[in-house]
Design a protein around this ligand. Structure first.
Ligand SMILES: *Cc1c(COP(=O)(O)O)cnc(C)c1O
Length: 380
């Protein structure tokens, strides 16, 4: 079977794990934790990074740090992994779900501006969503498939309404937007995931990056039980959300190879792009000119005369190729059916048509050739 996506652990992963055992630094204090924070800060072009136990917990602590409270709304594109919405719900808040831009599958900035203008009002310095009476507390753009949203526009709109921006950059390590690395796009905080299916993994884990040292210090404080000194004094309800040295050991070995891993992902994307150019019933994932995606996943958008996604998945499986569908939008998920939302023509049209194809960073040219031949045969 050619798998969809498996990690490449051919660097110093085993060596660094062994060092954790030998030194007994297995928990959330340790040299690899410090090192991965420095590596992530450098790779994202930010002053500082806080390593967390997952991308989801990173989002939760980041939203808490920018002031999201129970009863608030956080603006979120509907086409995202459910973890983005869960992090909002963990704050006791609710997503205000908006449709995506068809040309990038990221936040539709015109829709964002229109919704804020038409459906909110300012009261006591707060942005209030008129229909629900709830405070709008933050904007959470998502870097879909490693493709940054149009952040100049997102940040301009958010600033005009005095709203903080937390970016879900879970799979976007290595991406750039107008030539800038993902920590320099204007979000107050940006969150990365090191989950096992991401290009750079720590087995599980995440990181929160930002330029504002006070805000970063607050993230660090909240993620380590809000402890105020050597004694057991705590000044807030904090979290136990730090990455362990074991995870960071794997993550550091992966970060050492970040450029090569991302380059491999981009090469795989280019190869599919060339191979499927003009194939009837197929288009590739959108690539707006404002960004250079980290190409987390590669695949196709299928429409007639191509077979349906479910049919393609089955047929590819019979010839030993794993392919999958992709995110089901948040408004179609049971916990989020009643959230305030815009109409969703784009999200609803897109998600049923996405087929992800094998794209491990170590996918061989011959295996990718096999995938291409099988897809062409089924579609053609
Ligand atoms: C992977 C992912 C997450 C969650 O990260 P975890 O580390 O699995 O908690 C959140 N948002 C998006 C867009 C992701 O792709």
């Amino acid at each position: 079977m050619i798998p969809l996506c498996t990690p490449s652990l051919e660097g110093n992963e085993a060596l660094y794990l062994q060092q954790c055992i030998e030194t007994t630094y297995v928990s959330s204090v340790g040299p690899f934790v410090n090192r991965i924070e420095a590596m992530v800060a450098e790779a994202t072009g930010t002053a500082s990074a806080i390593a967390t136990s997952s991308g989801t917990t990173g989002l939760h602590v980041a939203l808490t740090a920018v002031g999201v409270e129970p009863g608030d709304l956080v603006i979120l594109p509907a086409f995202t992994f459910i973890a983005s919405a869960n992090a909002i719900a963990h704050c006791g808040a609710q997503p205000w779900l908006m449709d995506i831009d068809p040309a990038s599958w990221t936040m539709d900035t015109q829709l964002l501006a229109r919704c804020l203008e038409k459906e909110t009002e300012r009261r006591d310095g707060m942005v209030i969503h008129r229909a629900s009476g709830r405070r709008v507390a933050a904007v959470l753009p998502v870097y879909t498939l490693g493709m940054p949203a149009d952040m100049d526009a997102v940040v301009t709109i958010a600033r005009a309404h005095h709203l903080p921006v937390v970016a879900d950059a879970a799979a976007a390590l290595g991406a750039t937007y107008r030539g800038r690395p993902i920590g320099q796009l204007g979000a107050d905080l940006s969150v990365i995931s090191f989950n096992g299916n991401k290009t750079i993994t720590a087995g599980g884990g995440g990181a929160v990056v930002g330029e504002d040292m006070d805000l970063i210090a607050l993230v660090r404080h909240l993620s380590t039980t809000a402890r105020t000194g050597e004694e057991y004094d705590h000044d807030r309800v904090g979290f136990n959300y730090r990455m362990t040295n074991l995870q960071a050991a794997v993550g550091c070995a992966q970060m050492e190879r970040m450029d090569a891993l991302v380059a491999a992902k981009r090469r795989i994307h280019e190869t599919y792009q060339t191979a499927f150019a003009g194939l009837a019933g197929t288009t590739l994932f959108p690539r707006p000119n404002w960004a250079d995606s980290s190409c987390w996943f590669s695949g196709l958008v299928l429409s007639p005369p191509a077979p349906l996604v479910a049919e393609m998945k089955l047929q590819l499986r019979t010839v030993g190729i794993e392919a999958r569908s992709f995110w089901k939008p948040v408004h179609l998920q049971r916990p989020y059916q009643d959230c305030p939302r815009t109409p969703m023509p784009v999200s609803e049209a897109v998600w049923t048509k996405v087929l992800t194809l094998p794209c491990s960073s170590h996918l061989s040219a011959s295996d990718q050739g096999e995938v291409i031949a099988a897809v062409r045969k089924l579609v053609g």
